[in-house]
Design a protein around this ligand. Structure first.
Ligand SMILES: Cc1cc2nc3c(=O)[nH]c(=O)nc-3n(C[C@H](O)[C@H](O)[C@H](O)COP(=O)(O)OP(=O)(O)OC[C@H]3O[C@@H](n4cnc5c(N)ncnc54)[C@H](O)[C@@H]3O)c2cc1C
Length: 382
């Protein structure tokens, strides 16, 4: 007879590992099964995140996991006009994402979770009171499957092809993140430069229907560099799923769509999901009360749903803008007052912060450029 775990976590990345760590700390029996042979590998994420958010949820990165601190963000328009936002008080850092996942895996193990690598979860059978699955070659039983498999399970809409190079180039500005807008080259997204050391950066591009490596090669024309590593991985911008809990199954992280629809950043929101879900799932198992599981979705949504909806509306507007529209919106937004306000905002709640900084007059200026339903809904926001 196989051992029955409280939770079988499919996916040993940030959402699954935080869930496992917290559930084990609360006394639950947890098995994490990760299909790859090494936690954190292959690394796809750029690791740009706010320390504030991770610290709030009890998972601050160890000092040696932090590769860089960001002091400024420069936004470029299609015609390469630009403005810079001072980010020195926003606590934004670049993580070695693979090392961060290993850090959380070590905490999970020291809290009592089992972590198996090279172990893909497949062939799932749902019984009345448990799930039966294959994890690698082993038969596993658990009360719940925690689906932390990332984009493999996230909703199909809102997935964009993306790629990044890690490179060395003398033009990389050590503490400055750069975002390049161009609706023709990166429809629905942008190109980015995230420095992770002196003259080293993670440089990426994404967009609907683009060939991201071709877009990156075009971007790098005239920027001399040597490429250290190439990664291709989709990003998800479609917003949270309507249901995080299904019979016998709890979804956390990107598989529940818990990713910012503006930037596709999902580290902090996934950590939050792991922590919140494990709290209610552990209580649910200990008290034998399945209804407690619903509190996970309620608590996560109480913190993030309004912001995610605002981000989705901003995305709806952004996706409609042509390059001339982008130039006009850029002019309307690049005012000293707005730039100053943005430098004092919360990185994790940047959509609300942007709206607050724009104010009614700024929104009206944007509305002159695009009279869309999305702008009207933002104007009516309480
Ligand atoms: C190019 C790129 C850059 C990014 N940059 C940033 C950034 O700078 N900042 C930020 O906040 N976010 C960023 N993100 C998003 C961030 O990486 C994700 O939102 C986050 O990693 C989601 O965590 P997760 O644990 O839900 O899923 P994932 O990190 O996707 O992990 C899913 C895990 O499940 C495993 N798995 C899948 N199927 C199975 C199975 N059947 N059995 C066992 N294991 C399985 C996978 O191997 C993987 O380890 C980026 C994403 C991409 C693609």
């Amino acid at each position: 007879m196989p051992k029955t775990y409280d939770f079988l976590v499919a996916g040993g990345s940030i959402a699954g590992l935080t869930f496992a760590s917290e559930a084990a700390r609360r006394g639950a029996s947890v098995l994490v099964a990760e299909e790859h042979d090494e936690i954190g590998e292959p690394e796809k994420c750029d690791g740009l995140v706010s320390l504030r958010g991770l610290t709030k949820y009890g998972y601050p990165p160890a000092p040696d996991v932090i590769q860089n601190k960001i002091t400024s963000a420069v936004i470029h328009s299609p015609s390469d006009r630009h403005f810079a936002v001072n980010a020195s008080s926003l606590d934004v850092v670049v993580l070695d994402r693979s090392a961060f996942d290993k850090q959380v895996a070590a905490t999970a193990v020291s809290n009592g979770a089992e972590v198996r690598t090279g172990s893909r979860v497949g062939r799932l059978v749902q019984r009345k009171d448990r799930v039966e699955a294959k994890a690698g070659d082993a038969d596993v039983e658990a009360r719940y499957l925690v689906d932390a498999t990332g984009p493999a399970s996230s909703p199909r809409h809102g997935i964009l092809p993306a790629a990044k190079y890690e490179l060395e180039g003398s033009w990389v500005r050590e503490h400055v993140v750069e975002v390049f807008l161009d609706a023709a080259k990166y429809p629905g997204f942008f190109a980015w430069v995230i420095p992770f050391g002196r003259h080293r950066a993670k440089v990426g591009a994404a967009g609907y229907g683009v060939s991201p490596f071709r877009a990156l090669d075009d971007f790098l024309q005239g920027r001399e560099c040597s490429v250290l590593r190439k990664v291709s991985a989709p990003i998800y911008v479609g917003g949270p799923s309507p249901r995080f809990v299904e019979p016998g199954r709890i979804l956390v992280g990107e598989s529940a769509g818990q990713v910012k629809p503006t930037t596709a950043g999902g580290i902090m929101t996934s950590v939050a999901a792991g922590v919140i879900a494990s709290k209610w799932a552990s209580q649910s198992v200990q008290k034998g009360d399945p209804a407690l599981l619903d509190r996970y979705q309620k608590e996560w949504e109480r913190t993030f749903l309004k912001e995610m909806r605002t981000m989705l509306r901003l995305r709806g507007i952004f996706e409609k803008l042509s390059n001339p529209d982008l130039e006009t919106v850029f002019s309307a937004m690049a005012t000293p007052r707005l730039i100053m306000k943005l430098s004092q905002t919360d990185f994790d709640f940047h959509a609300s912060a942007l709206l607050g900084a724009l104010g009614m007059s700024g929104l009206l200026r944007v509305a002159k450029v695009i009279a869309s339903a999305e702008v009207r809904s933002l104007l009516m926001e309480p």
